[in-house]
Design a binder for this molecule. Structure first.
Ligand code: SF4
Ligand code: SF4
Length: 86
């Protein structure tokens, strides 16, 4: 099962907005308890100004993931649980 984990080269926990799926509603920005998401000044191919993670401060709580109305637009990366004895 652990072999299925995705390896990323940035600090965890973290979130990522899949820019082409974002509709710019702002719900993730409004509800993130850490206030670490903001709108960029760029527009995606659908013409929406999209949200992005600031790059630090995410706790991996998942609030943004659950409040986003666009399926797949937000990915939250959490730290893998360490195995007992490690
Ligand atoms: S997982 Fe939680 S802390 Fe991290 S960006 Fe989403 S709402 Fe904010
Ligand atoms: S909640 Fe989803 S659709 Fe709305 S701004 Fe955030 S990423 Fe974009």
């Amino acid at each position: 099962m652990l072999d299925d984990l995705v390896e990323v080269d940035f600090p965890l926990p973290a979130m990522e907005v899949v820019t082409y799926l974002c509709k710019g509603c702002g719900l993730c920005i409004e509800h993130c308890p850490q206030k670490v998401i903001a709108f960029t000044d760029k527009f995606n191919d659908m013409g929406y100004k999209y949200a992005a993670y600031s790059g630090e401060g995410c706790t991996g709580c998942g609030v943004c993931f659950y409040c986003c109305p666009e399926p797949g637009a937000i990915v939250v990366y959490k730290k893998a649980k360490e195995k007992k004895g490690e």
